[in-house]
Design a protein. Structure first.
Length: 140
């Protein structure tokens, strides 16, 4: 019985440690999965609503990052930038046609991939590269 409790505690501590080291991108990865769902981008108003949802999720992820790391950490700054971009783009997409929606999706995917790449680097925060560039808001 005692051995089972020790084993369970060891697994729990290992899981928490793994999550802290490797789970940093979870919020960004979830947002990226939403961006890949074609049904959420069938027209401008639906795409705008989706981008508003993305913005809220990215802002929550950025705030969590900031609490766990620092406001100055490039990984957190990248999340705040992505949240701002998706917020502004949400309004822009309301009147967009498919080419504008496609441009916005392609841009946010590139930005999210840049954030995920930042999260997977194993260097001190000071040695990390700059924040991924923010895509341009589509002109519809």
């Amino acid at each position: 019985m005692a051995l089972a409790l020790v084993a369970a505690a060891t697994v729990a501590v290992g899981a928490i440690s793994f999550a802290e080291r490797h789970g940093a991108s979870d919020g960004v990865v979830r947002v990226r999965r939403v961006v890949l769902q074609d049904a959420r981008f069938v027209n401008g108003p639906r795409a705008g609503a989706t981008f508003a949802d993305l913005s809220g999720a990215l802002l929550a992820d950025a705030q969590s990052c900031s609490r766990h790391r620092s406001d100055r950490d490039v990984r957190c700054a990248a999340r705040f930038s992505a949240a701002a971009y998706t917020s502004v783009t949400a309004f822009s997409l309301l009147g967009c046609t498919q080419p504008g929606v496609f441009q916005a999706r392609r841009g946010v995917l590139a930005e999210l991939d840049g954030i995920i790449a930042l999260d997977h680097r194993h260097r001190p925060a000071a040695a990390l590269p700059r924040v991924p560039s923010v895509p341009s808001v589509p002109s519809c």
